[in-house]
Design a protein around this ligand. Structure first.
Ligand SMILES: Cc1cc2nc3c(=O)[nH]c(=O)nc-3n(C[C@H](O)[C@H](O)[C@H](O)COP(=O)(O)OP(=O)(O)OC[C@H]3O[C@@H](n4cnc5c(N)ncnc54)[C@H](O)[C@@H]3O)c2cc1C
Length: 495
């Protein structure tokens, strides 16, 4: 065994996973086919839940000023994400290349090794380990590991080589993207949530340094098999046909095309191989969710893999990765498909849009959709129904007063260990967790919130390393004893 875990792909998912594994004390090697980061940015931000995850690990300051906006949309229909507690449409204005640089620095600082210019070309998968063959600058190399995670994007080599089916629907349309400087004199009129026009849909947003991002989708443009990449002339021509505006005089920094192909891996694990991020799910990038869901996959998987490698994982822990994240991927595909229909459909979809817009005015409907896209409403089905309302959900953001002064709920998750939040200074709770002290940190702190806040009436919370609540007291339903919850997620008590 060369290393316990190999991650194939140094995109946002693979890099975040590598850092999570290092927090869990596991050696990890990341392989990426490119000899240097591409510097290109498909994504320009991340959703509310990804923002929270970065906050939990103390990474937000590394992005500089993080601008979030409660105004968002669903399929181009305006939607206020502030209807949710702590909700927003996402952190905006952060190019994906910047996110990847932050995550690469973080993974490296924590001790992960990233080998660039290593392209996975062969894979042998078995119940006790995996072997990967890579083309490297020094020729072909083979490496063995206990687990291998394919974070190698939508065209994942790992997924195919492991024989994991990827059913779905092929792209029905082709969309163009260009980052263009000096277009249309004073810049391009921003259309941040897109603008539907008789011939299709256009979107535009200012980036830094006078560069604008434009996206064009012309109706009736099925994906073409291209023997060369799309050119800026093609993008400018499509833009002119739809808007009447001439952006052709600008200088394109990056031109690309994408589609609405929608696929999901049938299994997120097969023997010693796991999949995460775009390798596990691809879809129309509506609402900017892909990177964010990949990072959440990594947060869910990292600590479970680490526990399995260290040998303290309770039976079946690693399989809860598929059980919990596959349904999240499925609903991601459903919401982006629905958004695609609303956004990009023709005249025949106008009545549907009108009815949808009416429904979205209903607070409950708005909350439902905002919860879906932001990822803030996730409740894992591995927890029994009933009981405390936070069970299986994310630890909510809240201010606390701890033994060392003011703090927050998220600050307790910096180290990536489980946390028992003793909010009522209860010695019995602390005593119960003592045999798990090597895996679960006990924090005594009091909430600093108005009545009706997210922690109101809660005396104690057991929080997994990924920030999901594994046990809470007092529960409203059948009581689950704290030691049982500790065993369920953190294995046997230490002798
Ligand atoms: C136009 C557009 C806008 C988007 N906007 C947003 C947004 O605002 N917010 C958001 O959350 N998401 C957004 N997304 C989605 C986001 O870009 C992807 O979901 C994200 O990049 C997926 O990350 P990943 O790490 O899973 O895969 P990738 O980013 O695809 O990374 C895969 C890595 O694997 C490497 N690799 C591939 N094959 C091999 C191999 N055989 N061996 C070794 N390495 C290999 C690649 O070089 C690459 O570095 C957008 C997508 C598009 C197309």
């Amino acid at each position: 065994m060369d290393v316990p875990v190999i991650v194939v792909g140094a995109g946002p998912t693979g890099l975040f996973l590598a850092a999570e594994l290092r927090l869990g004390g596991v050696d990890v090697l990341v392989l990426d086919a490119l000899d240097r980061p591409s510097g290109q940015s498909r994504g320009l931000g991340f959703t509310a839940r990804a923002t929270e995850l970065f906050d939990m690990r103390g990474l937000l300051p590394r992005f500089g000023t993080v601008r979030t906006d409660t105004r968002g949309h669903f399929g181009g229909i305006p939607l206020d994400y502030g209807v949710l507690d702590g909700g927003h449409f996402g952190a905006r204005g952060i190019p994906q290349a910047r996110t990847e640089a932050v995550l690469a620095d973080r993974a490296t600082e924590l001790g992960a090794e990233i080998r660039r210019g290593w392209k996975a070309v062969g894979l042998v998968n078995g119940p006790d380990g995996a072997e990967v063959e890579a083309e490297t600058p020094a020729g072909r190399r083979r490496l063995r590991c206990r687990f291998l995670v394919g974070c190698d994007g939508g065209h994942s080599f790992v997924r195919g080589a492991a024989g994991i089916a990827f059913p779905g629907t092929a792209a029905t349309r082709e969309m163009f993207l260009a980052d263009v400087a000096g277009a249309a004199g004073g810049g391009i009129r921003p259309r941040p949530i897109g603008e539907r026009l008789p011939g299709g849909m256009v979107m535009s947003a200012p980036l830094a340094d006078g560069v604008d991002r434009v996206i064009v989708c012309e109706r009736g443009t099925p994906p073409r098999r291209r023997d060369r990449p799309v050119t800026f002339d093609e993008v400018a021509a499509a833009w002119r046909r739809l808007t009447g505006e001439d952006i052709g005089g600008g200088t394109a920094h990056w031109v690309s095309s994408f589609g609405d192909a929608t696929h999901q891996a049938v299994a997120y694990r097969k023997d010693s191989v796991l999949l995460a991020g775009d390798a596990a799910h691809t879809h129309l990038p509506a609402g900017g969710q892909g990177l964010s869901v990949g990072v959440q996959d990594a947060a869910n998987l990292g600590w479970k893999l680490a526990a399995t490698v260290h040998g303290w994982a309770p039976p079946g822990l690693l399989d809860t990765y598929h059980a919990e994240r596959h349904p999240v991927g499925a609903r991601l595909l459903a919401n982006t498909r629905a958004q695609g229909l609303l956004y990009l459909g023709g005249e025949e979809t106008l009545p549907l849009r009108a009815v949808f817009a009416e429904l979205m005015e209903l607070p409950e409907a708005g909350r439902h959709l905002a919860g879906r896209v932001s990822g803030l409403d996730i409740r894992y089905g591995t927890f029994p129904d009933g009981g405390h309302p936070l069970l299986g959900r994310r630890l909510p953001p809240a201010d606390l007063v701890g033994e060392d002064g003011p703090t927050t709920t998220f600050a307790q998750l910096r180290t990536g260990r489980g946390v028992l939040l003793d909010l009522a200074a209860d010695p019995d709770v602390r005593d119960a967790a003592r045999p798990w002290a090597d895996r679960v940190r006990v924090v005594t702190a009091a909430p600093r919130e108005a009545p009706g806040g997210p922690l109101d009436g809660t005396a104690a919370l057991l929080v997994r390393p990924d920030g999901h609540v594994a046990w809470a007291a007092p529960g409203g339903g059948p009581p689950v004893a704290l030691p049982a919850a500790l065993r369920r997620w953190f294995g046997r008590a230490a002798r």
